[in-house]
Design a protein around this ligand. Sequence first.
Ligand code: FAD
Length: 435
Amino acid sequence: MKTDVFISGGGIGGLTLALKLVQRGVDVVLAERMTKTPPTYKGELLQPKSMQIFDGLGLYDHIVSRSQEINVLDMLELSSSLTVRDQSFMDYNVLPGKYNAAYMIHHEELKKTILQEASEYTNFHYLSGTVCKGFTDQTVQLQRGKERFEVEAFYYFGAEGRSSVTRKAMGIEIKETRYNHHFLTVSFPRPENFTEGQIISTYNRFLGLFPLPHNQVRTVYLIPEGEYRELKEKPISHFHKLYTDLAPAMDGYVQSLNDWKKIQLMIPVMFHAPSYVKNNKAIIGDAAHAVHPMAGEGMNMAIQDADILGELAADMLESGNTAPEHLTWYEKVRYKRAEHVLQLSHLAALAYSFPFKPVSYLRTRTFERMEEDPILHFKQMLNISGLGIWREGMRDRFIQGGIMPVRAKSLPTDRKELKYFTREDDYPWKVEGFE
Ligand SMILES: Cc1cc2nc3c(=O)[nH]c(=O)nc-3n(C[C@H](O)[C@H](O)[C@H](O)COP(=O)(O)OP(=O)(O)OC[C@H]3O[C@@H](n4cnc5c(N)ncnc54)[C@H](O)[C@@H]3O)c2cc1C
């Protein structure tokens, strides 16, 4: 079997890449080892840049109609007696333009939507239940049941998640960072009027609540590393109380969980592969980088990788500039952006990792200052949105630390929009050429 592009792994990253390529007329074979919907929870929050990308792929309205729109993340810091001590907001509406909200959608529903759209194209060949086993010089080796076969392609893209066969074949080693905490994660019904994201913390506890469509809420609760086994021995009412202590609005809803089995343990890790491209192979998404889930970025990074690599490979094939060295444009665009998000998420994780009152005090002060200072607020939302990067400078740090006063004046829309990535930033080879 011969094709233009072979993709290993049909998660969000692999599917988005496939859709992007087939829409441009590229012949794609995608192998996905699973045949059924996996029971695990994965990323569900779509950041504004991902919505812009899906708009370009013709899926924006469809996704909006199946999601819960999130405009505001409400950050509550509780005292030891569990009353609200401080409250601040992170508001997506400070971002000008169409993409000024996040959207919560069931992970598997999003995958189904992208797969259905890609399957409309006769140049898309989806091999379900097919495992990528490895590579020879010229081909990829696949296995479906007992059958073994090979596919030959111009390019091979690995989108298999954290344990990537393609990354291994490229000889790329990764170094994982582990954290001192894990998360319990589960979805359950929510009150109808609970429609914005909420992060509730005390100096030693953390609960994130993110409303899903169909009156569901996805939740993450931080536990110290290694505590899961001991917790599971307790009656499920213990779990209910952990939630209702911090979020009384969940009383009467969290109790719909009657078994620990439904609650998944999530172990955060961080790594960044030293490179994404080697010869005619490239890796995207979790194969290339794993991010701490605190800032809800993992799935978005996979989508953003897919957008850049898909546009690049389609341009290379269309223009006849097929030399694999041009694939490094993908790494040039994505590497620094991914590193920035990895660091942001890592810092956010650290802000909640240490159960000490001074850390809680510093955290609240930083969030308050961010809400009060319109430029800091815009920077924060821009950086998590994926629409652009604006790093914090010395003045920002002094404002956060209370050494300098907050700025009263906001930036006008046109100055904010100057901070967005342009088409030339996203796809620089279109301007600079392949020579
Ligand atoms: C358990 C878990 C929980 C998570 N929770 C959150 C969260 O709450 N919030 C958040 O923002 N992010 C979360 N993430 C991260 C987020 O889901 C990922 O960043 C995102 O799914 C990455 O997409 P991907 O396409 O790169 O990889 P994946 O979604 O991992 O998809 C990889 C696909 O490749 C397939 N595959 C693997 N190996 C092979 C092979 N050899 N041959 C063929 N197919 C193969 C797999 O079956 C899978 O379908 C979580 C990740 C995990 C693993």
